[in-house]
Design a protein around this ligand. Structure first.
Ligand code: ZN
Length: 335
């Protein structure tokens, strides 16, 4: 049977259609710059006064939040992107409880949209022949496989897709203890491992995309132990664990849409991780994890040697020396 248009999947990697002339969700021709949506929605830029704030891209060029846009046809904008942003805005107005009440799929799509926008901006900048990137994304084959897997599930923003018994990404919602919290908004990402995190007031949302929730599963204990307000330095440690876990994650899930029957009004995806040649995670190395900590703790300026004083147990603000959860009200520099 022929697949109805609204159930037909789009794959931008076929022919590398990432430029401004194709809708990012459906591939329809777009007219730049009119047919586009902001990566960080207007409501988000208003709420945190971001429009003129600057972002440094990997090639060292500077853009503002306002400049970050992705091509989007009118249909996808009004039918898919704007309704998603309306849901996110509503959650943001309710704060932490609002985010917690949001369906996983909605949170995945919302974080995925921003990740996509930043990723594509970096990629297109890098394809500019005048640019010498520090981390050439385009040469990273494993990353493209992961990006492809991510995009297959991200089509759920446009096509009604049911994920059978799995979540396509790890999702985390953290609460920031406000006492020493000075930063209302920030985001960070790791494009090669598909990690993305955004802080909105006292809520930190984080995802590791295209991992079928496996990074989160592996962190179960830490997730349980962090269901409480956390000091910003603890949040940073949590993020270091996710980013490092995502870095060790070594497989790419496959997704299969079940064959459609004439009466079907949505697609059903099954997933498979069928890579018998490699372990799901590469082995954990404290020295490399310590670097991830140092990077996430940049604001506190903790030397690597201090972090690694005990090489078998890098410095932690989430756990004490007996591996019990630590409470931190005010930060004191480790001596
Ligand atoms: Zn479209």
């Amino acid at each position: 049977m022929s697949v109805p248009a609204h159930l037909k999947l789009y794959d931008p990697l076929e022919g590398m259609r990432f430029g401004p002339e194709h809708c990012f969700l459906c591939g329809a021709p777009t007219e730049p710059p009119i047919d586009s949506v902001p990566v960080f929605a207007y409501w988000l830029m208003d709420r945190y006064d971001l429009a003129d704030r600057q972002i440094q891209l990997l090639d060292q060029s500077i853009v503002t939040y306002r400049d970050l846009r992705i091509p989007c046809c009118q249909h996808c904008r009004t039918q898919h992107v704007e309704p998603l942003e309306a849901q996110a805005q509503q959650a943001a107005e309710l704060g932490l409880e609002g985010w917690r009440a949001l369906p996983d799929k909605t949170l995945f799509l919302w974080l995925g949209k921003m990740f996509y926008g930043v990723f594509i901006t970096e990629l297109l900048t890098e394809l500019n022949p005048l640019v010498m990137p520090r981390y050439p994304l385009a040469e990273n084959a494993q990353m493209f496989r992961r990006f492809h897997a991510f995009f297959q599930t991200f089509q759920a923003l446009r096509v009604p897709i049911e994920f059978e018994d799995f979540t396509p990404a790890s999702l985390f919602i953290l609460e920031v203890d406000q006492r020493e919290d000075t930063i209302p908004f920030e985001y960070d990402d790791d494009l090669t491992t598909m990690g993305f995190s955004i802080k909105l007031g006292n809520t930190v949302l984080m995802t590791c995309l295209a991992d079928n929730g496996i990074v989160r599963d592996a962190m179960r204990r830490v997730v349980t132990d962090t269901e409480r307000p956390l000091h910003p330095i603890q949040i940073a440690e949590f993020k270091a664990r996710v980013y490092y876990g995502a870095y060790l994650f070594n497989v790419v899930p496959d997704y299969f849409a079940r064959p459609l029957k004439p009466s079907d009004d949505h697609l059903v995806y099954d997933t498979l991780i069928d890579d018998i040649t490699s372990a799901v995670f590469n082995p954990w190395e404290n020295s490399a994890y310590g670097q991830s900590l140092q990077e996430m703790w940049k604001r506190w300026n903790i030397p690597y040697t201090t972090i690694m004083r005990d090489p078998s147990q890098p410095l932690s603000f989430l756990y004490d020396e007996h591996s019990q959860p630590r409470l931190i009200e005010t930060y004191e520099a480790p001596n």
